[in-house]
Design a protein around this ligand. Structure first.
Ligand SMILES: NC(=O)c1ccc[n+]([C@@H]2O[C@H](COP(=O)([O-])OP(=O)(O)OC[C@H]3O[C@@H](n4cnc5c(N)ncnc54)[C@H](OP(=O)(O)O)[C@@H]3O)[C@@H](O)[C@H]2O)c1
Length: 273
């Protein structure tokens, strides 16, 4: 297998109204893909659709939708197919995080996060796995995170959703090997998007954040490789490596220390030991 020809493909991109999702849409359109853009903010989706159609002559459909429902994937597929739209690619990118001590987290927001980051992603993947597998070159990209490789104190539930996405996606990579489907878990480190504002985070990553363009370029180039791996860390690889080398106790302590250091107004930890 080699470089993907996106010209006859229709790719769904979730969370396309900002950040990494908007950049996936831009780079896929540049590569010739027709697109279905999904997120809640209709105005942003429509202006991106107009920009991409004008610049690349591709067909772009927008779906303004809250994906945080258990049947989000099945409903979307039924609706799109009733309009004659048969997707051959899916970028499960929509997601958000919360950044606080677990005791201070809003339980409803935690449930919404798990519904979007985990349940919607699984439902969409399941709804589309058959058509994607039978396509000449189907594409399934799930956006996990660098934080999926180790425990993440103060982002405890968010990191766990991304560990789920990483392991789930790598399992699908193995299950679908030998079919026309290419599967990739994308694991970005800190990236300049609206993510940290939405998470209500005061963490200061200074200039260390990657751009969405850098992350998405690495993701799509990786998927183009003859023998693409099940996952790719796009930036901050040393942390993922540390997570494999250090004992788990040391790693979780290190992650807690790093978070406290990055946030001057850090909430008090439950224990000091
Ligand atoms: N930025 C980072 O440092 C970083 C690092 C690792 C992984 N990631 C992951 O990258 C992915 C994209 O995040 P981003 O950094 O690009 O952040 P972002 O700029 O905040 O984008 C998040 C996208 O998700 C959409 N979304 C949120 N809730 C939704 C819902 N209920 N239904 C449908 N769409 C929803 C948002 O659109 P609407 O608000 O219009 O619905 C938006 O388009 C996420 O999965 C995130 O966990 C980000």
């Amino acid at each position: 297998m080699s470089k993907i020809d996106y010209h006859r493909q229709t790719v769904i991109v979730t969370g396309a109204s900002s950040g990494l999702g908007a950049e996936f849409a831009r780079q896929l359109a540049r590569r010739g893909a027709n697109l279905v853009l999904v997120a809640r903010r209709a105005d942003r989706l429509q202006s991106l659709a107009a920009e991409l159609t004008r610049a690349h002559g591709v067909t772009v459909t927008t779906v303004a939708r809250d994906l945080g429902r258990p049947d989000a994937g099945r409903t979307l597929r039924t609706e799109l197919e009733s309009r004659g739209i048969h997707a051959t690619g899916l970028v499960n990118n929509a997601g958000f995080g919360t950044h606080d001590a677990f005791t201070a987290e809003d339980p409803d927001r935690l449930q919404s996060m798990i519904a979007l980051n985990v349940s919607a992603l699984v439902d969409l993947s399941h709804a589309y796995i058959d058509p994607l597998t039978s396509a000449d070159t189907g594409v399934l990209i799930n956006v996990a995170s660098l934080l999926g490789f180790q425990p993440t104190p103060y982002m405890s539930a968010y990191g766990a959703t991304k560990a789920f996405v990483l392991n789930f996606t790598e399992s699908l990579w193995e299950e679908t090997r030998g079919t026309g489907l290419r599967v990739l878990a994308v694991c970005p480190g800190a990236t300049r998007t609206e993510f940290y504002d939405v998470a209500g985070s005061s963490a200061d990553y200074g200039t260390k954040r990657a751009t969405p363009e850098q992350v998405v370029t690495i993701a799509l180039d990786t998927l183009d490789r003859r023998s693409a791996p099940p996952s790719v860390v796009t930036n901050g690889r040393s942390l993922a490596l540390l997570g494999r080398l250090l004992p788990r106790r040391s790693m979780v302590r290190l992650m807690g220390w790093m978070d406290r250091r990055q946030r001057p107004q850090h909430p008090v930890a439950l224990t000091n030991s």
